[in-house]
Design a protein around this ligand. Structure first.
Ligand code: HEC
Length: 137
């Protein structure tokens, strides 16, 4: 009788432990939780995510080249600013004026490093505090 009780308690303990472990799956923390860009509605013409200010982005950013150049990339806000400055310097992109902020808000939100690519692959954020060690021959 006691043996059965102990076995039951052990079983319950194991199930409890197992579910506790399942709940403590590592979660990546980032300022904004990553979302799957491929679940959001797309503009049929450009493939860009259909969100407020899409029209502004299309007007400013698809006049010279295909929207694919945007779709292929994930940059931080600073990275997008760099691209814009580079196009302004070498490719005759105009001064975006007031609309630069609007365009950057859109790009940072939907084409930043935290958003999923169209292929559904997710590049995890860069690792912090990596400890490198030498491999012995
Ligand atoms: C005046 C023309 C013009 C406009 C407008 C323009 N671009 Fe470009 N962009 C270019 C040219 C030219 C290239 C180089 C294309 C190539 O390498 O084949 C380029 C390349 C790019 C690239 C690829 C950069 C890389 O590192 O390879 C991205 C991303 C990009 N543009 C985004 C944008 C965004 C976002 C906007 C809107 C703010 C924009 N473009 C508006 C001319 C323009």
């Amino acid at each position: 009788m006691n043996g059965v009780k102990i076995a039951f308690l052990l079983g319950a303990l194991l199930i409890g432990l197992a579910s506790f472990r399942n709940n403590s799956v590592t979660q990546y923390s980032s300022a904004k939780p990553p979302f799957r860009a491929d679940t959001l509605k797309k503009d049929a013409e450009s493939g860009l995510i259909d969100a407020p200010n899409l029209m502004m982005v299309k007007a400013q950013c698809t006049a010279c080249h295909s929207s694919k150049l945007i779709l292929q990339h994930r940059f931080t806000r600073a990275g997008w600013v760099d691209r814009i400055r580079w196009m302004q310097k070498y490719h005759k992109l105009w001064d975006l004026g007031e609309s630069e902020k609007v365009v950057l808000d859109y790009l940072e939100t939907y084409y930043g490093p935290a958003s999923m690519s169209d292929k559904g692959t997710f590049r995890r954020p860069p690792m912090k505090q990596v400890k490198w060690y030498k491999l012995e021959p």
